[in-house]
Design a protein around this ligand. Structure first.
Ligand SMILES: NC(=O)c1ccc[n+]([C@@H]2O[C@H](COP(=O)([O-])OP(=O)(O)OC[C@H]3O[C@@H](n4cnc5c(N)ncnc54)[C@H](O)[C@@H]3O)[C@@H](O)[C@H]2O)c1
Length: 315
């Protein structure tokens, strides 16, 4: 089987995992890694037996590299993703995709022009329990969806200094709410603030409203001393609860509580396998560049709502 030649740009905490998974997958061949930190690039390259680069110039000229993961700091994601697209590479760019909506729009335009696959690292979508809930919403075994609540809280990972908790963390849930409700929110109201972080918000409560009175609540912070990542979806016929960490799913209705069991699977592995199949087998992408752009628009609207104290209507 032909493998997809890939490289990882940015090999810090998360990019290292991309490199490992690309190495493990039978669909991909990891050919290079790149980090502006030369020591880091060298050590990750050595671990996986590939070539290190400290800038993308030469790496992107390699014809055997057809696709890249961009895992740099959030504020340099768009710049690196753009260079890769302009060099003709398919791109998986990590969330939040770009520092702002304008940069994200440019990525979409470039991918379209160059006819390249562009996707965003919203890996929560791949968790089997989340897929179960999404199907239950679609085929209405949950009844009519009424609201969804998510909680994604933990201590501040201090290496993250260039964006706040909304664009770094809550953006996962913003994406999930759009995906679950299968429609765009019409308005957002949010309260954010900072207690430990000097420059950016480190807590956020975000309410999204959809048509027909449906709503979603997102609680996100870098203040809670332990890590919680949960989703509760209330439908007229059942309530479904997913723990993103253990991947345990609980379904309750008027008669019973059941726990449909899915074997735990590494979301990043599912995501990168799908990325390779989208490029090589033209599999229908679960996440598009447009999903990244929409999530970023909502994140920016949430920040605006908090700054102005007003509900922000979304177009
Ligand atoms: N999808 C997820 O669940 C998930 C999880 C963790 C991190 N992330 C995302 O991954 C990205 C990286 O996060 P992290 O925690 O690994 O951060 P990190 O600081 O540990 O790593 C970032 C690395 O990128 C390198 N870098 C910065 N600019 C570069 C450039 N222009 N070219 C090459 N290398 C560059 C840095 O030297 C550093 O080694 C962030 O955008 C973050 O939001 C996503």
């Amino acid at each position: 089987m032909k493998k997809l030649g890939v490289a990882v740009i940015g090999t810090g905490f998360w990019g290292r995992n991309h490199a490992r998974v690309f190495k493990e997958l039978e669909e991909t061949e990891l050919l290079a890694v790149c980090d502006i930190d030369a020591e880091r690039a060298k050590s990750v390259a050595k671990q996986f037996g590939v070539k290190p680069y400290t800038n993308t110039g030469k790496l992107l000229k390699r014809e055997d590299i057809e696709a890249v993961s961009v895992c740099t700091w959030s504020t340099s994601l768009a710049r690196e993703a753009l260079k890769a697209l302009e060099a003709g590479k398919h791109v998986l760019v990590e969330k939040p995709m770009a520092a702002n909506v304008k940069q994200a729009e440019k990525l979409l335009k470039t991918a379209k022009r160059e006819r390249l696959h562009l996707t965003v690292g919203f890996l929560m979508r791949f968790i089997p329990g989340l897929q179960h809930i999404r199907k239950a919403v679609e085929n209405k075994t949950i009844g009519e969806i009424v609201c969804a609540t998510s909680k994604r809280v933990s201590q501040w990972p201090e290496r993250i200094g260039d964006v706040g908790v909304v664009k770094d963390t809550a953006i996962h849930d913003i994406d999930i709410m759009r995906y679950l409700f299968n429609e765009e929110p019409v308005a957002v109201y949010a309260k954010t603030g900072n207690m430990r972080h000097k420059k950016f918000e480190d807590y956020a409560q975000i309410m999204l409203t959809f048509e027909s009175e449906k709503s979603a609540f997102i609680e996100s912070n870098w203040l809670t001393p332990y890590k919680t990542r949960i989703l509760i979806v209330t439908g007229s016929a059942a309530i479904m609860k997913l723990d993103y960490i253990t991947q345990e799913l609980t379904v309750e209705d008027a008669k019973e509580t059941v726990q449909p069991r899915y074997p735990w699977q590494e979301p990043l592995k599912l995501e990168l396998k799908h990325f390779a199949n989208c490029v090589m087998k033209k599999e229908k992408p679960l996440i598009t560049g447009m999903d990244g752009l929409k999530a970023l628009q909502i994140a920016e609207a949430a920040l605006k709502s908090s700054a102005t104290g007003k509900v922000v209507k979304l177009k």
